[in-house]
Design a protein around this ligand. Structure first.
Ligand SMILES: Nc1ncnc2c1ncn2[C@@H]1O[C@H](COP(=O)(O)OP(=O)(O)O)[C@@H](O)[C@H]1O
Ligand SMILES: [Mg+2]
Length: 418
């Protein structure tokens, strides 16, 4: 129990909302001896009012309550700026995957199924409060920088690995330089970026839906940006297609224009189309990563994209072809593909279902879950290759492990090539 107590720099107030008094008793029995203050409410409505009057540091809510479910209550709390970011745990007797997804979509941080062991609840509360404090402390006003390098990942065909590559590249760039890096999910219908990073959907592009471009400012955007535990910043896609409908592309453009000077790198995952939002993301790109699989339909989609880019004014020089071996068969040969596209392939990712699928299910990018894998070395090399020249030419004063690995590989390669 010492461990739990040691992070308590102040007295935390926990609000428990559950219609079964036995849980009030159980939770306060576990938490009060550790120095927590515990408040209770027996239904969602009074829970909402109690939250307003007591300003809790963390909320635990049951799912099944009479007039409002725990999911609805969580959504309602998230819309109030005072409760937009605080940790919320959903307690439920259901253990289905669908319920876990619902909790996540509602904007909860964690999910515990009943019955639970008090030490587990205590541990999870500790983790969430520590993370919340660390993020709040880290929220110092950012410094204005030079222009960012913007890297947009695109493919006209879905399911080829765009989101996986965008998430891992952004993480690898952040780990290489530790310079302000923003990952943007511009997939407005069922974006996967937040899921792949296990980021709760407290804030998404949906939060700018009610603002006109001229009403958007840095302070508003700061609340839309999620801060991943690594230090990477993320703007998540909206949770539902209905919300997506309400987001205007000019507002997204204004948002990115305001954010530009605060980041060294912006990595963007896109929809598999040439919609208005995708064109915006391609327009602002310094580097386009075009992802394809070694099969006919995917190559056709890549040809169509690459033929269209010059018509939209994008220089072919900024296109980086990436071949992703999505399946266990050899598929089309690299040379054939390069000939068909009249462009060299910059990188080939091997078939690695264990790594890619595990990463999605865990919400942990491959570069963190499997730092020693071959796929990680490729991702790190690609991240390095597309980084700013000034970063590549000035060795960092405090080189990160990622930078050291890339540097070692580059030195070996140079030695081999004489
Ligand atoms: N190299 C690979 N080997 C095996 N599976 C992969 C590979 N790359 C991606 N996948 C899997 O393919 C699916 C689609 O990936 P995703 O990144 O969501 O693609 P997109 O964003 O293009 O739709 C995911 O299930 C992912 O785990
Ligand atoms: Mg995707």
């Amino acid at each position: 129990m010492e461990g739990a107590r040691s992070y308590m720099s102040k007295t935390y107030r926990i609000l428990v909302i559950d219609d079964e008094p036995i849980y009030h008793k159980m939770i306060s029995h576990a938490l009060q001896p550790l120095g927590y203050e515990v408040e209770f409410a027996l239904n969602a409505e009074s829970g909402y009012l109690t939250a307003q009057s007591t300003n809790p540091d963390l909320i635990i809510t049951d799912v099944i309550m009479e007039e409002m479910t725990g999911y609805e209550l969580t959504q309602k709390l998230r819309r109030d700026s005072r409760f937009a970011q605080i940790p919320i745990i959903i307690l439920t007797s259901q253990t289905e995957l669908a319920d876990k997804l619902k909790a996540f979509e509602a904007g909860a941080d964690d999910y515990i199924s009943k019955p639970f062991a008090p030490p587990e609840l205590i541990a999870r509360i500790g983790v969430l409060l520590r993370r919340y404090e660390a993020v709040a402390k880290a929220a110092v006003p950012p410094v204005k920088l030079e222009e960012p390098r913007i890297i947009t990942v695109h493919s006209l065909r879905g399911g080829v690995g765009c989101s996986s590559i965008a998430v891992n590249l952004a993480s690898a760039i952040w780990e290489l330089w530790q310079k302000p890096t923003l990952l943007i999910d511009s997939v407005l219908t069922a974006g996967q970026v937040a899921l792949m990073l296990n980021i709760s959907l407290k804030r998404t592009w949906g939060d700018i839906a009610n603002y006109k471009p001229e009403e958007i400012d840095y302070d508003l955007l700061d609340t839309v940006i999620s801060k991943h535990k690594s230090g990477l910043h993320v703007i998540a896609g909206p949770t539902t297609p209905a919300v997506a409908e309400m987001i205007s592309v000019p507002s997204m453009k204004t948002a990115i224009d305001i954010l530009r000077p605060y980041y060294e790198y912006i990595i963007i995952d896109t929809q598999h189309d040439f919609s208005e939002v995708t064109i915006l993301m391609l327009d602002i790109a310094d580097v386009i990563i075009q992802v394809m699989a070694p099969e006919m339909a995917s190559i056709r989609a890549a040809v169509a994209a690459i033929d269209t880019y010059p018509q939209l004014g994008y220089d072919t020089d900024k296109v980086n072809l990436v071949l992703n071996r999505l399946f266990d068969q050899p598929g089309l040969e690299q040379q054939q593909i390069e000939k068909a596209l009249s462009l060299p392939i910059k990188m080939v990712f091997p078939y690695a279902p264990d790594l890619f699928i595990r990463a999605i299910n865990l919400g942990e990018p491959i570069i963190y879950d499997n730092p020693k894998s071959y796929v990680t070395s490729l991702l790190e090399n690609l991240a390095y290759n597309i980084s700013k020249k000034v970063h590549k030419t000035t060795p960092p004063t405090n080189p990160t492990p990622t930078w050291q690995r890339v540097n070692k590989r580059l030195t070996q390669k140079r030695r081999l090539m004489g």
